[in-house]
Design a protein. Structure first.
Length: 59
């Protein structure tokens, strides 16, 4: 149960970082598909989702 809670919290933090990055970059003609920060945050979110899907669930 603690692992699921930690994963949820990490996913929330990654999404918050992405939102903050996009908000800060929006004034500068930000292009998401060319942004290394966006790509890294997206990769982290996907890794976390896969880890959640692969982790065994306790009944």
């Amino acid at each position: 149960m603690a692992a699921a809670s930690a994963a949820r919290e990490s996913r929330h933090e990654i999404r918050a970082l992405l939102r903050a990055h996009l908000a800060a970059a929006s004034r500068y003609g930000h292009v998401t598909r060319q942004c290394s920060v966006c790509h890294r945050l997206l990769a982290l979110a996907i890794e976390l989702e896969r880890a959640e899907d692969e982790s065994p669930t306790n009944p």
